[in-house]
Design a protein around this ligand. Structure first.
Ligand SMILES: Cc1ncc(COP(=O)(O)O)c(C=O)c1O
Length: 297
């Protein structure tokens, strides 16, 4: 089984903060954001998270991989709307994973960049809440780029759930030292927008409603594309379009098919076959489905 291992400078931070022996390895179980463009092929073939056959998470393989890595490893997990595959774990799988993580002393580092785009703000945070309830120390990197439309501000937050107050004090001290050495003082504009929205009942309600509208629209695009593809290629299974969550769908189209889509039909997917559901509109569903059906022939 092939795992991609990466080392990040945060290792020193973890060692001094948590005072436990966490292995110095980050296991890249889920792929990071735009890196997906370059790593798409790896996802399909080697990622111990994804099954290219079912276009869903391969939970058995993921569990085997997590049982295989050194105890105390830090595991990067996408809490919802997995990028690039759109393949998420269900609640029961997250529960099982929490037990495995706890028993093996792994440290989960949750990346939640699409909260609100899957099933809802609360629902998409299920894994984080469940792990915290189980008393598992965890880190959460939240991004507000998408759900607050603040992409240009690169705005997000890091939350760390610690075992007790003493550990939290140590972690905070280490974080402050790390921040001082890195960026010292963060840009304030995006953070102030997020605070203003979350602290006002009226603005928070307006934001939640707008986020719901975006989520519902993306789901409507999924349904539209699924129906359009099915009507053009009745023999093909396109159910993955409906099952995958969030902004992206991993289509399984090859680099050659993606190139044909671009050059012959002006339909743009990234080379890995990742399709952006959020970019579809009612007007572009039919021509996109026509093009996809043709390259599948
Ligand atoms: C899973 C995931 N995490 C993080 C990011 C980046 O977040 P930010 O815009 O806050 O840097 C992205 C996409 O840009 C992403 O897809």
């Amino acid at each position: 089984m092939q795992l991609r291992l990466i080392r990040l400078p945060l290792v020193a931070f973890f060692e001094t903060s948590f005072g436990r022996v966490y292995d110095k390895t980050f296991i890249l179980v889920s792929l990071e954001g735009d890196g997906a463009q370059g790593l798409g092929e790896c996802v399909a073939e080697n990622d111990p998270y994804y099954s290219a056959e079912t276009k869903q998470a391969d939970f058995a393989r993921m569990q085997a991989a997590l049982n295989d890595i050194p105890k105390g490893s830090i595991v990067l997990l996408h809490a919802c709307c997995h990028n690039p595959t759109g393949a998420d774990l269900d609640e029961q799988q997250w529960r099982t994973l929490a037990g495995l993580v706890k028993s093996r002393g792994l440290l989960p580092f949750f990346d939640i960049a699409y909260q609100g785009f899957g099933e809802g703000l609360e629902e998409d945070a299920f894994a984080l809440r469940h792990f915290a309830e189980q008393g598992i120390p965890l880190l959460v990197a939240s991004s507000f780029s998408k759900n607050f439309s603040l992409y240009g501000e690169r705005c997000g937050s890091l939350s760390i759930v610690c075992a007790d107050t003493r550990e939290a004090d140590t972690v905070l001290g280490q974080l402050q030292a790390t921040i001082r050495r890195n960026y010292s003082s963060p840009p304030a504009h995006g953070g102030r927008i997020v605070s203003a929205v979350l602290e006002s009942d009226e603005l928070r309600t307006a934001w939640t409603n707008e986020l719901t509208a975006m989520r519902v629209r993306i789901k409507a695009m999924r349904e539209g594309l699924h129906a359009a593809l099915k009507s053009r290629k009745p023999g093909h299974d396109f159910d993955y379009v409906l099952k995958q969550k969030g902004m992206f769908s991993f289509t399984g189209l090859s680099v050659e098919q993606v190139t044909r889509l671009r050059e012959e039909f002006a339909v743009y997917l990234v080379g890995s076959g990742r399709l952006c559901m959020a970019a579809l509109t009612e007007a572009t569903i039919a021509p996109s489905a026509d093009a996809i059906a043709q390259v599948l022939d």
